[in-house]
Design a protein around this ligand. Sequence first.
Ligand code: 3HC
Length: 329
Amino acid sequence: MYAQMVETGVKQVKALDDMSPEERVFQEKIDAEIKIEPKNWMPDAYRKTLIRQVSQHAHSEIVGMLPEGNWVTRAPTLKRKLQLMAKIQDEAGHGLYLYSAMETLGADRDEEVEKLHSGRAKYSSIFNYPTLNWADMGAVGWLVDGAAIVNQVVLQRTSYGPYSRAMIRICKEESFHQRQGYEILLTMMRQGNDAQKAMVQDAINRLWWPALMMFGPSDADSPNSAQSMAWKIKRHTNDELRQRFIDQTVPQLEILGCSAPDPDLKWNAERGHYDFGEIQWDEFFDVIKGNGPCNRERLETRRNAISDGTWVRRAAVAHANKKKQRAAA
Ligand code: 3HC
C-alpha cells in the first residue's frame, strides 16, 4: 500500500538520488532505526510535519477532556466518578507530555495553543460529537480510546525520540481508559434494564463511524502519509490501522450483544479481515473544517479555560520566581 501511495504521488517522496548529502545521511539513520533526537540535524520538513502532528495530538488530548468533563458530576456511582476523574486527569497529562515533546522541536507552546483557539490548528474530529448520556462515557472509552490505542501503540516506534518515549508512557494509561469504558457498557448490557441497553446501542450507533474517521482520510486522500511513512513517523497507513481497529473491535461488539450501524460489516475469510461500508468522508471533512456538532462549543470552552486560569498561571509564576530569588539570596 505504501509503495503504491508513493507511486500515486498523493504526496511525492524525495528519491535518494534527489537528496542532499545531509538528507541522505538522515534517511540512512531512519532506515537503520536510529532514533532522531532534538539535537540531531533534521530536514526542516521533518521538523515541520512533526510539530504539526505532535501539536495536534496534544490538542486532541486536551480537547478530549471536555466531552467527559461533562459527566463527572453526573456519574452514577462514586467508583465511576473516580474512574472518570482519573481518566480526565490522565488526558491532561498526555497533553502535557506531548506539548513538551513538541517544544523539543523548537515550537512555542503558547503559539501552538493560540492556533488551536483561533481555529487554525486541528484536533481529533471525534471530539466534536456530543456525549448525550452515561452510555456515551462507555462508548467513548471503549471506541475512542480503543482507536487511539491502535494508533498510539504503533507511534511508540515513531522515529522521533521524544515523541516515541511520550507514547510509551501514554499507552500504559490508555489501556485503562479503554477497559473502563468497555466495563461500563458490559455492566449496562448485563445488569441494565431495556432502556439502558437501548442507550448502549444508541451510543454505538452515534459514535461508531466517527471513531473510524479518527484514523484520518483514506490512504489515497492522505497528503502526509507517504512522507511520514518514509520518515517512519508513521509505521502504518491510515487504512491499515483503521482495519486493525475494526478487526479487534467487532468481536468485543458481539460479546456486548450489540451491533454496528453498518449492514456491510461482515467477516471476509479470504481477506482475513472484516469488510465494512463506505465512510461518509463529506462528514469527516466538514467536521475538520469546523462544522461539526460541537466544534464551536469546544473551542469556546477552551478559550474560557485559558482566560479563567490566567490568575492561576500568574500566581504559579510569581511563586516560582519568589522561590528562585530566595534560593539565590
Ligand atoms: N481529526 C482531525 N484532523 C484529522 C484527522 C482527525 N481524525 N485525521 C486526519 N486529520 C487531518 C490531518 O491532521 C491532516 O491535516 P493537516 O495536514 O492540516 O494536519 C489531514 O487531515 C490529512 O490527514 P493525513 O492522513 O494526511 O495526516 P497525518 O499523516 O497526520 O495522519 C493522523 C493523521 C493519523 C491523525 C496522524 O496525525 C496521527 O497519527 N496523529 C497522532 C495521533 C492523534 O492525533 N490521535 C488523535 C486522537 S488522540 C486521543 O484520542 C486521545 C485519547 O486519549 C482521548
